[in-house]
Design a protein around this ligand. Structure first.
Ligand code: ZN
Length: 216
């Protein structure tokens, strides 16, 4: 009797584990997508500081991009999301395409995902939230620019230009002047080429290390 109870307990537990892993009736286990920061993030980012100037905010994005290259955890791109007025750092993102086998994990996408988890809202533009803005070390690609609209940030500031990324054969995809006009017409402010030279240095560092070009 005890044995059968025990067996049922194990069986219940196994089915619970399977449910957690996303098992289906066919018995196939589906993957779960797990997104996390590399270990170095807390050594690179000061979460408690208030970042009051644009330069300060962009330097967080660039520092994350640089660490990603130096620690060999991904491509030379970093991003950060701040509360616009308070300068509170809400999330950072670093390119994790190769590390996590996931083509959507550009720095900006990671930053959006982490910020939205942190504030527990699918949009950073919820009525209960302060305004947020994205700083990214390089001009966003087509995917990230699209996601910018849905993310709820009210402002985008980028460092290096798409031409700088193109020199490394990274491709930005179908981004047109109209793409920016559309975002601006929806009330999203765009600031271009802030600290471009500092941002470009990280791209050069990546090229010098012969980093992998994963979408070019
Ligand atoms: Zn992108």
């Amino acid at each position: 009797m005890a044995g059968s109870i025990s067996a049922r307990a194990i069986s219940d537990r196994e089915s619970s584990v399977r449910r957690h892993a996303g098992a289906t009736f066919s018995g196939m286990t589906h993957p779960i997508v797990h997104v996390e920061y590399p270990e170095w993030v807390d050594n690179t980012v000061d979460w408690n500081r208030r970042y009051l100037s644009d330069d300060d905010r962009m330097r967080v994005a660039i520092a994350v991009a640089r660490a990603n290259v130096e620690q060999s955890t991904g491509g030379p791109f970093g991003a950060a999301i701040f509360e616009s007025r308070s300068g509170r750092l809400v999330a950072v993102g670093m390119n994790a395409v190769v590390r996590l086998n996931n083509c959507v994990l550009h720095a900006e996408m990671m930053a959006f995902m982490m910020a939205q988890q942190r504030v527990a809202s699918y949009t950073l533009n919820a009525p209960s939230l302060p305004e947020h803005e994205l700083h990214t070390s390089c001009e966003p690609c087509a995917m990230c620019l699209g996601a910018t609209l849905w993310s709820g940030v009210r402002r985008v500031v980028y460092g290096a230009a798409r031409e700088d990324a193109s020199l490394l054969n990274f491709e930005e995809g179908p981004v047109f002047p109209e793409s920016y006009h559309y975002l601006e017409s929806r009330g999203i402010e765009i600031t271009r080429n802030l600290l471009r030279d500092e941002a470009r240095v990280v791209l050069e560092l990546y090229r010098a290390k012969s980093g992998k070009i994963y979408n070019g």
